[in-house]
Design a protein around this ligand. Structure first.
Ligand code: PEP
Ligand code: MN
Length: 365
């Protein structure tokens, strides 16, 4: 499906990179919403005020948001500061209310993106409006589910669509609350180059000390914006206390970012880049030649195995091979995980080819 997506610059006047969305995880009280919005307005980098009104919580009996009442506070914050406002909608009723109170931009939360029925119900409510919608990645690392939610919103005729990368749940404990798996948003951007990609470092980090470095990484992979949870007194926040930053630290984080561009106007630099890329092209060709040579040998081994009734998959050999490659990789200064993934793929293909040869042999028998 080719999506018709309006560039961010057409929905945010005087857009500057990165587009910054800031505000508390949750709207808590009228005073908290107003004070935070007024404080954030003093920072010229902040363009959009966020606050969750309905909070999908993992466990019951925790704060689930103030509900409709909070929408009035958001409308008031918008009126006083001129900031655009955004909130999460998880049901058709939320979407209707958010539209009624003049919220400028809606976002679909990670748990909702994972549920196509809910996304479709929201999309149906949005038909005929031109409200911008930001779609967070689903909590599980499933690119198709993320893409599907975006397609459902686009299917309702919405053209101002963006994506928010907030990381993915994993059973294993990592240093992050949600594993960023950068290759997933990068792949989505490759599939939909016009789709604005905004990083939510707060939900990736889970703790405020990591927020700055994730923002930098998002800039390094050329994301267009940042959504950063900001609270006047983070430790007292009613939800996600550990990951929220103060408006002052938000300022510090933003001012310490190094912004990089995809292209440079420096001709020397471009020439140097061309030369290095030509080298990479040559090395990649060599890699392909080596893989093809390797394949021929794998086929020879496969035929010999088939003739001698030996299984294509020999776990012991596989273990020994991986150990050797890991140690060779280590001596060459290559990351162990990278080498493991690479040789797993190479080995998987060898087993596939040899299994095919075995089947051909079986047919002959
Ligand atoms: C949030 O932004 O506060 C939120 C609930 O995010 P997510 O849907 O990414 O968990
Ligand atoms: Mn939150």
């Amino acid at each position: 499906m080719k999506l018709d997506i309006v560039p961010l610059s057409k929905w945010i006047p005087n857009l500057k990179k990165p587009l910054v969305i800031a505000g508390p995880c949750s709207a808590e009280t009228e005073d908290q919403v107003m004070t935070t919005a007024i404080e954030l307005k003093k920072n010229d980098d902040v363009r959009i005020f966020r606050a969750g009104i309905w909070k999908p919580r993992t466990r019951p009996n925790t704060f689930e948001g103030v509900g409709e009442e909070g929408l009035k506070w958001m409308a008031q914050a918008k009126k006083e500061t001129g900031l655009l406002t955004t909130t999460e909608v998880a049901t058709a009723a939320h979407a209707e209310l958010a539209l009624k109170y003049g919220i400028d931009i809606l976002w679909i939360g990670a748990r909702t993106t994972a549920n196509p029925f809910s996304v479709q119900e929201i999309a149906d409510v949005l038909k005929g409006t031109n409200i911008p919608v930001l779609v967070k990645n689903p909590i599980n690392a499933d690119l198709a589910l993320w893409l599907g939610a975006i397609e459902r919103i686009a299917g309702a005729g919405i053209k101002k669509i963006g994506a928010i990368h907030r990381g993915f749940s994993s059973y294993e404990k990592t240093q992050y609350r949600n594993n960023p798996i950068w290759k997933i948003p990068i792949e989505l951007k490759r599939m939909l180059p016009d789709l604005p990609m905004i990083c939510d470092p707060s939900h990736i980090a889970g703790v405020r000390d990591l927020v700055g470095s994730i923002c930098q990484k998002a800039m390094d992979v050329d994301m267009e914006g940042l959504m950063i949870e900001t609270h006047m007194s983070p430790n007292d926040a009613w939800s996600d206390a550990a990951q929220q930053v103060t408006p002052d630290s938000l300022k510090e984080i933003l001012s310490s970012l190094s912004l990089r561009t995809e292209f440079s106007s420096d001709r020397n630099f471009e020439a140097q880049l061309d030369e290095l890329r030509a080298k990479i092209d040559r090395i990649d060709q060599e890699l392909i030649d080596s893989l093809s040579m390797r394949l021929k040998i794998v086929e020879e081994i496969g035929k010999a195995k088939a003739a001698n009734n030996v299984t294509p998959l020999q776990l012991q050999r596989m273990g020994a091979l991986m150990e050797k490659r890991l140690s060779q990789g280590q001596s060459a200064g290559l990351n162990a995980e990278y080498i493991k993934e690479l040789f797993d793929t190479i080995h998987e293909e060898s087993v596939r080819i040899q299994t095919e040869l075995m089947n051909v042999q079986n047919l002959k028998d």
